[in-house]
Design a protein around this ligand. Structure first.
Ligand code: SF4
Ligand code: SF4
Length: 347
């Protein structure tokens, strides 16, 4: 006997869903979705599961991650049930279900808590800078160490266990038997989706957005590699310096476009923005902008007299690494890639 949870709709609305109860099950949304297939049919089914509050069925489903939010289904819904935004809300909800710390859910649902977390991390960086007497060299050295430790800690302590939980809900709990060899042979799919998100190309509406996302992923990973592993801010190697500039400019240009389309709300995909959506694009933009400015100030000999600029960059970085990457929208990128991987090995 399936337990129906009518309170689930209320909970989902805290993650951004609209009045999806107006859905009368016509199936238009599934018919127009270019990513929906016979084996993996959505979003109508997810609407039904959400209306009935079938939490376990949603948790064991990969479908919310198979949607790339082109917005076609919402445009064609006669009931304005906004299935595209419902799929987005399900991804937010699933992110908080996978998260063993439960902090994701708290931050998704409470803007005040998120702001408090941002303020605490900013104060932490300022207190640290004061304790080091605003010594630029020491603070920059600590900033670089922080990047390396944060990457290892966030992945090892939070994101990796969350991926194991995702696997638990999707493969283990429903008792799906997958030969070990499939886990290895499917790894290519994981890497391919992670770096290219190529499935989004199957969505006609998404081609330019796919290109922007691709540049963003390359720019972000490139800047991470340049600053963390090639120590961009201390490097005297011209190729590394130029590479860092190119990567930070790429991030800046793409995120400016993302922010402006969210402000203009012209496309279905950017009509509805939750605080987590805003934070994701704005903090990426700030990372690109402040990293570029710090390196420019180093090259022009201005940073010594303007240490505040590096402190601002460090604050942005700490907030990004400790809040947005483990608990915000960033893990969507990871879970979506793993969803494609799990879909492949399940088949
Ligand atoms: S969400 Fe809209 S288009 Fe989809 S089944 Fe419901 S009413 Fe029809
Ligand atoms: S937003 Fe696009 S990809 Fe997602 S379910 Fe709707 S039509 Fe399909």
């Amino acid at each position: 006997m399936v337990a129906i949870n009518t309170g689930f709709g209320k909970e989902l609305k805290k993650y951004g869903a609209f009045d999806f109860n107006t859905c009368y099950n016509c199936g238009n949304c599934t018919a127009v979705c270019s990513l929906s297939t016979e084996e993996d049919s959505f979003p109508r089914e997810m609407l039904r599961f959400s209306v009935l509050g079938l939490e376990d069925d949603i948790k064991s489903s990969l479908k919310p991650w198979l949607c790339y939010y082109c917005g076609e289904c919402s445009t064609h819904c006669p009931q304005e049930a906004n299935p595209g935004e419902l799929m987005m809300s399900l991804r937010r909800w699933l992110t908080s279900e996978y998260d063993w710390t439960k902090l994701s859910g708290l931050l998704y649902k409470s803007l005040s808590l998120t702001i408090i977390a941002f303020i605490i991390s900013a104060i932490g960086v300022i207190i640290f800078s004061v304790s080091k007497n605003f010594n630029l060299e020491t603070i920059m050295h600590s900033g670089h160490n922080f990047e390396m430790i944060a990457i290892a800690a966030v992945f090892g302590i939070i994101l990796f266990p969350n991926i194991i939980r995702m696997w638990w809900f999707i493969i283990f709990k429903p008792n799906i038997r997958v030969p070990v060899s499939k886990y290895f042979s499917g790894l290519w799919e994981l890497l391919l989706q992670m770096f290219t998100q190529k499935r989004a190309l199957d969505c006609d509406e998404n081609r330019f957005r796919w290109f922007e996302h691709f540049i963003l992923v390359i720019g972000y990973l490139g800047l991470l590699f340049t600053t963390v592993f090639l120590d961009w801010f201390s490097s005297k190697n011209l190729s590394i310096i130029v590479l860092g500039y190119v990567m930070s400019i790429a991030i800046f240009i793409v995120t400016i476009d993302f922010v402006s389309s969210r402000i203009k709300k012209m496309k279905e995909v950017s009509k509805y923005s939750q605080p987590s959506d805003w934070m994701f694009v704005i903090w990426l933009l700030l990372i690109g902008l402040t990293a570029f400015a710090v390196r420019l100030f180093i090259d022009t000999g201005l940073l010594e007299r303007n240490i505040w600029l590096y402190i601002v960059h460090l604050i942005v970085l700490v907030q990004w690494a400790l809040i947005i990457v483990p608990f915000g929208k960033w893990p969507h990128f990871l879970y979506r890639s793993f969803a494609m991987y799990f879909a492949k090995i399940k088949r």
